[in-house]
Structures are given as C-alpha cells and as structure tokens.
Ligand binder design. Structure first.
Ligand code: N01
Length: 557
C-alpha cells in the first residue's frame, strides 16, 4: 500500500521513533522503507548506536557472540560484514551500527542531540504530541519507544558525592575522549557485568584500584578471541539456518538446556559437562545448563558449587576468595557477567577488595575518597558501575500522558502494566520495543528487537489496510498478561535475588520480575504474538472497540 491510500491525518509525521540504537534504527528503516510512512527519529546522543554510543568504559564489549549479535533481516548485510572477535568491543559494534545507518540511509531522518521530554495523547485528534528538550513540538499518529532497556543510569544518591575533589564517572556516561588512569588511585563501585569487564582493564593501568563490592557475582570466562575465518565462512553459508535457530530458540542463542535434571547425574558425569561449558566460555554455562537449574534450589546448589570452587581455586588469598564467593542468592538469578581475568585481578598487589558485608558498606563519599566501614579509602577517580533503572526507567522518563491525560508514571507506580510488553491500555499507538513484560533482556537483544519491530510493522500495515486509527491493549488482556508474567517468574528461582530484573537495585521501585520468561522461550513468545495478530489482534482494541466486540457486532450485522 502506498502513502496516498492511507487514512487522512493532519499529523506532522505518521510515526515518531525515539532512540537510534539497534531497535530505533531498524524501526525507522522498516516503517519508512517497507510501509512508506513519513517517519522521524529523535535521538538524545549526537550519533547512532544507543547502548554502544554511550557505554565506552574500558573493557566494554558485547557478551553475545558477534555472529548473532547483529541484524539478521538483511541477507546481504550478513554476508558483507565481518566481525573480528567472538565478542566485539564497543567501538567495533558502533562502527557496525554506523555502517548500517549509512547503508540504509537512515541519518537524513534522524534528529540528533534531541531528548524527548514529553509525549501527550490528544483524545480529540487521536494524535500524539512529542516535545523535545530543544523546543520541538510535533504531532504523530504512532510513537515507537525504542529507548533501550538499560539506558537510564542509576547513580545512587551517595552522601557527599558532590564534595569529591577528584573526578567521578558513571560507566554508561563515559567521556568520549576516554579516561587516563595512569598513576591514579581509582575506586570502582559495583561488581555487575559492567564492572566485571572494566575492573581487569583499569587494574592494568591504575596505580591502585579499590573495588567496593555490595554483592559478589558468579562469573564465567568469556573466552574471547579472533574469529576463525573458516568458522565465519561456514556460518555465512548457513545464515538462513542460524537465523531460524536463534528465532525459535529459548533465549535467542544457539543454545539449549541439557534435557535432564542435574540431580539425576553422577558427580563425574556432571563435572565433565560443567568442564565442557566452562571451557567453551560464554553464556552456555548460564543458559544451556541442566534444565532444572532455574527451578530447583537443590539442583542450583550443585551447579553453583562448581563456580564457587573455581573462585576459590583462582584467588590466592583465601580471605579475599571467600568475600568473592556469592552466598546469598541462587546462581543465574542475577545477569551472568562474562569475565576475562576478573578473579585473577584480585591477586594483583595493586588491587584491594572492600566488601560491604565483611568490611562494611559505603557510608559516604568524602572530598578525598570513599568512607566504608568507618575507614576512608583515598582516591583520585571514582568509577560508578552501579547499573541502570532497568526497563521501566527509560519509559517513565519520557513524560508520557495517555488518554484523559493519565501519566504513565502514575499508572505504573506499582509496576509496569502492558499486554505482551508491546502496548498498554490507555496509551493508544504507543509501541514499546523490548520493554518490560517481554523477553527483552532475557534474550539475545537483536533477536527480540527484530521480532518486535516486525510485529509492529505488520500491525501498522494491518491498521492502515483496515482504516483503523488507534490500537491499545484491553484492560482485561493487560491484567491477564501482567498476572501471567508474574506467575511464570514466581515458579522459578528468579525472585530470590535482589537483582535489577526484580527492580531491587533502585530504592523505592516496586519489586517484581520485569522481563517475561516465556515457558516456550523467545520462539514461543514470537509464535504467541503472531497468533494473536492472526486472530485479528485478540486482546487489543481498535478505535476504542475490542476485537471481540468488533467480531460480535460484525456477526450481528
Ligand atoms: O549494572 P548491575 P551493570 N552501593 O546493576 C552495585 C548489561 N550489560 O552496569 O548487586 C553500592 O548489574 C550492585 O550491587 P548489588 C547487562 O545486562 C551488558 O554492571 O545490587 N553498590 C552491582 O554490583 C547487565 O546486567 C553488557 O548489591 C551498588 C553493581 O553496582 C546490565 O547491563 C555488558 C549500589 C551494578 O550492577 C547492567 O550491568 C555490560 C549502591 N548504592 C553490561 N547500587 C553486554 O555485553 C548498585 N550497586 C551487552
């Protein structure tokens, strides 16, 4: 269908996309080039890349294998791009996304350096008005929030931070010119996936490094390395197969659980499997372990024990090793960090671990450093690796007001309310990509991003073909979906950790499992979304009328 055939609208744009990361770039390409829509994209940064534009801390690299951490929608792009490493560094991924922006001629439709600050739905015109911090006020039929799941930095309100005489940086707002740690006393706060990448790099350069740990993490070796050209060739020859396998997999990787309970194995048998996964490196240990790992604490303990033994065998000082061994949550219930010499770094003479539970928590930041457990640690630079207000934070920051002027922040004060993680009741035509209550961060992101972008594209195509103006979730479908997401998570061990998946890292944030752990994996979720669309978008309302009502009234006519 061409643009001329579309329902008339006085909007400035058919669609406004927010964010120029993996998801926003593909959305722009898809809506503009497949549907012929008039689209603009607002991006707060001065370049494309999203996560890979902002996160430039030392050691920043992808934790997914490069051959599947990329777009797969374009066969030629898959053939022409060559990744240098198993896990490419931040600047290589950024180069890839810049290449894509050029290749698909996206930049003319991107407005850089503009942060969206308000999005308001007009009940009369059924259009959205989008405002930016640079004074733009434009209207649009559809808004697609491609704002990322981990893009709102969490800078905890440390007492005294403003008094620090040295420099401090949050890892996700890293200076583009880099930071020189030579001859500096550096403190890193946090030991999540980011810090696990940064700490070994910083320790190599700094005069002294003090790591402030609140909760230790289970780590598995990344085993990065150059990509073997023969393997790369074979993958390129089989990209159709690769694409189908990751689309229909559990987590968006070429990984599958071991279809057996770990409790039904002999110690020798499971040790062999653990060694294999450990030697392979990457997410296999986490996402392709014995199938009961996420469900049975007894099974989980057996698997966790292997990783605890690895820490004790790597760290020379047994007191330091004990501080680094996680003891308060089941393995895998926090995001798996992949490491390169992380535990080894604590054997270096210039590295000190300050553990909140044994040495005392951070009390304040002083002009000269950090005071923890009654002791001041003098520092020149503080690296704040404390993560993000995950999934809901980026959406709440958009200043969204839906039908009747209802604010998203009010509607979501006790947690997100969505249907399929794609749309919310009372917020028509406001699509979310990899938002809360979708598989999102529990999957290889590009796989879930492509699925959402393609679903949204087909949904808008359907609306335009059927001359439908608005789509939103019905309150009933939304309520059922929210309950379903919670019920599935409740059957696993995931709620037992104080993780950002649970919103536990942000004080005052309601505690609930934020992504959707589909029992049939991302493949099952994809199928579910497709079937709902095939059934005429069951659970959604078009122009305020639910699909069931539409079908019933048509039948009555
Ligand atoms: O953040 P985190 P991150 N006082 O929230 C600690 C993705 N990622 O930036 O565990 C003291 O995981 C906090 O302690 P605790 C990936 O999905 C992707 O490391 O809450 N400490 C924790 O140790 C990842 O999961 C790649 O007790 C405080 C740390 O800070 C996500 O980004 C690479 C504190 C925060 O860990 C976030 O990772 C890297 C406080 N007040 C990251 N508040 C890729 O490969 C928090 N902490 C794509």
């Amino acid at each position: 269908m061409t643009n001329q055939q579309q329902p008339k609208s006085n909007a400035d744009f058919d669609a406004i996309v927010i964010g120029a990361g993996f998801s926003g770039m593909y959305t722009l390409h898809s809506l503009r080039d497949k549907l012929g829509l008039n689209v603009t994209l607002f991006e707060a940064g001065n370049g494309v890349g999203g996560t890979w534009y902002w996160n430039r801390y030392p050691g920043a690299r992808c934790d997914s294998d490069s051959y599947i951490y990329c777009y797969t929608f374009d066969k030629n792009l898959l053939q022409e791009w060559n990744w240098s490493e198993r896990y490419p560094e931040q600047d290589e991924i950024l180069r890839y996304l810049e290449h894509c922006a050029e290749r698909f001629e996206l930049k003319p439709d991107i407005q850089f350096g503009k942060r969206v600050v308000a999005i308001t739905f007009d009940d009369e015109t059924t259009l959205w008005t989008v405002r930016t911090d640079k004074g733009d006020t434009v209207t649009s039929r559809y808004v697609i929030a491609a704002v990322g799941s981990l893009s709102t930095a969490n800078v905890p309100p440390f007492k005294g931070l403003g008094s620090f005489k040295g420099k401090w940086y949050h890892t996700s707002q890293w200076p583009h010119e880099g930071v020189d740690f030579t001859a500096k006393r550096v403190g890193v706060i946090g030991t999540g996936a980011t810090a696990v990448q940064a700490i070994p790099e910083i320790a190599q350069q700094a005069k002294h490094l003090t790591v402030f740990q609140r909760t230790p993490n289970f780590c598995v070796p990344a085993r990065n390395g150059k990509v073997d050209p023969e393997i790369s060739k074979a993958r390129k020859a089989d990209y159709n197969g690769v694409r189908e396998r990751i689309k229909n997999s559990f987590f968006g990787f070429e990984l599958n659980f071991i279809p057996k309970s770990v409790l039904q194995t002999t110690p020798e048998e499971r040790e062999k499997e653990f060694d294999r996964m450990w030697d392979d490196g990457g997410f296999g240990f986490w996402l392709a372990n014995y199938q009961d790992m996420f469900f049975s604490k007894e099974a989980n303990d057996v698997i966790a024990d292997y990783l605890k033994r690895k820490i004790r065998a790597t760290v020379n000082d047994p007191v330091v090793a004990e501080k680094l061994v996680p003891k308060t949550y089941p393995y895998g219930t926090k995001r798996q960090p992949l490491d390169t010499n992380y535990f080894e770094t604590f054997n270096k003479k210039n590295v000190l671990l300050v553990d909140a539970s044994t040495d005392g928590p951070i009390e304040e930041i002083t002009p000269n450093g950090i005071r923890a457990g009654g002791k001041e640690y003098p520092l020149d630079i503080i690296v704040i690796a404390t993560g993000f207000d995950a999934l809901t934070g980026p959406l709440k920051n958009l200043g969204i007001k839906g039908r009747g002027g209802k604010a998203l922040t009010d509607e979501w004060k006790d947690g997100p309310l969505t249907y399929l993680g794609l749309l919310a009741a009372g917020f028509p035509n406001l699509f979310m990509i990899t938002g809360p209550q979708s598989p999102s961060v529990l999957s290889n992101m590009p796989v879930s991003i492509e699925q959402h972008v393609e679903w949204i594209t087909e949904c808008i195509r359907y609306m335009r073909e059927h001359k439908l103006t608005t789509i939103e979730a019905t309150p009933q479908a939304q309520e059922q979906w929210v309950a379903h997401v919670a019920e599935i998570a409740g059957a696993t061990l995931m709620p037992q950790a104080n993780s950002w998946y649970m919103g536990a890292n942000i004080s005052g944030k309601s505690r609930q499992f934020l992504p959707y752990l589909c029992p049939e994996g991302v493949g099952g979720y994809r199928k579910k979304c497709a079937e709902i669309a095939e059934r005429g978008y069951e659970g959604f309302m078009f122009d305020g009328v639910s699909r069931t009502e539409t079908t019933e009234s048509r039948a009555a006519e």
